[in-house]
Write a protein that binds this ligand. Structure first.
Ligand SMILES: [Zn+2]
Length: 308
């Protein structure tokens, strides 16, 4: 399948509605489209993204059952939104997207980005493994710190980072209500393979990991060291995350939607070495056609049903 490699290539590939429809069809029916009623393989494309069987005239649309299903906006715009999301190093904010696409309303841009963020989590993604630093950090508020009494607007986020011989591997970020042993153990077992080495500070909340099939290495604060030097990779990721939330999103991230932003950050971080924006574009598109349509009210209620 052809993938866009740069801005000019992207614009050539997805210049018309028909090109977008054909791309979606290729993703959804790699063996070729077949009429679900009469099994005929020839068709023509109608308006409103319709596919019409040229034998029995049965109609379906290229967007039925995808994340685009509810939309009456051109796919050309949706594809551009996705391209901007992956082509920009730090992503794009809702007001930025509204400007780029010339969308009439901020709410549309905001809703689109909320939807697209849901596509950054691949189903059945592999857990982290090897040596993994785990720490928590408070996100969203003005004050720095952790485990303290956070303000109403702050969220406690568990940061897990694979430590390689040189640099870091993949990461995971997960909100927890408190840094209790129950919550921390749950996050670790959900995101990190058994048998891995978990590196933490001496917080009692990590006391039970060794019983769960992990090696547990506790870093102790040495003289002349501060917290940041102790788990340097987790701290670095936490500060990149905070800079991203402030820089790209001006920290306007509400608490009950923060996990979706965390997933977008994880998606970007874990693919930071990928030279191909086109592959990232395709990754998001593959998710888009796999996804149940998401309604605006579901996003508002944070009651997304998830992948099929
Ligand atoms: Zn047919």
């Amino acid at each position: 399948m052809q993938i866009p490699e740069h801005q000019i290539g992207f614009e050539k590939m997805f210049n018309t509605e028909e090109q977008c429809v054909e791309y979606l069809m290729e993703l959804r029916w790699p063996e070729g489209y077949q009429c679900s009623r009469c099994k005929n393989k020839t068709f023509w494309l109608g308006n409103k993204k319709r596919i019409i069987c040229s034998k029995c005239e049965f109609q379906t649309t290229a967007i039925a059952g995808t994340i685009f299903e509810q939309t009456n906006k051109p796919l050309v715009l949706w594809f551009r939104a996705i391209w901007w999301m992956v082509a920009q190093k730090n992503g794009v904010s809702a007001s930025g997207l509204q400007r780029i696409l010339g969308l009439g309303s901020y709410k549309t841009a905001w809703t689109w980005l909320q939807k697209l963020r849901l596509l950054t989590v691949a189903p059945g993604r592999e857990k982290l493994h090897g040596e993994v630093e785990v720490d928590e950090t408070l996100v969203g508020g003005v004050k720095e710190g952790k485990r303290g009494r956070g303000s109403e607007n702050k969220s406690l986020v568990v940061v897990a980072v694979e430590v390689l011989k040189k640099g870091t591997g993949r990461i995971r970020l997960h909100i927890v209500p408190t840094a209790s042993a129950k919550n921390l153990t749950e996050v670790i077992t959900a995101h990190i393979d058994k048998g891995s080495t978990i590196i933490t500070d001496g917080w009692t909340g990590y006391g039970k990991i060794a019983q769960k099939g992990y090696e547990h290495r506790v870093e102790k604060l040495q003289e002349k060291e501060n917290q940041e030097q102790m788990l340097p990779n987790a701290h670095r990721v936490a500060s990149l995350l905070k800079r991203w939330l402030i820089g790209t999103h001006q920290n306007y991230v509400s608490k009950n939607r923060l996990q979706n932003y965390l997933e977008e950050f994880v998606f970007r971080y874990n693919r930071r070495k990928s030279n191909s924006r086109g592959l990232l574009f395709q990754r998001i598109m593959e998710q888009a056609v796999r996804y149940n349509p998401v309604k605006y009210t579901e996003i508002m209620n944070n009651s997304i049903t998830g992948q099929k």
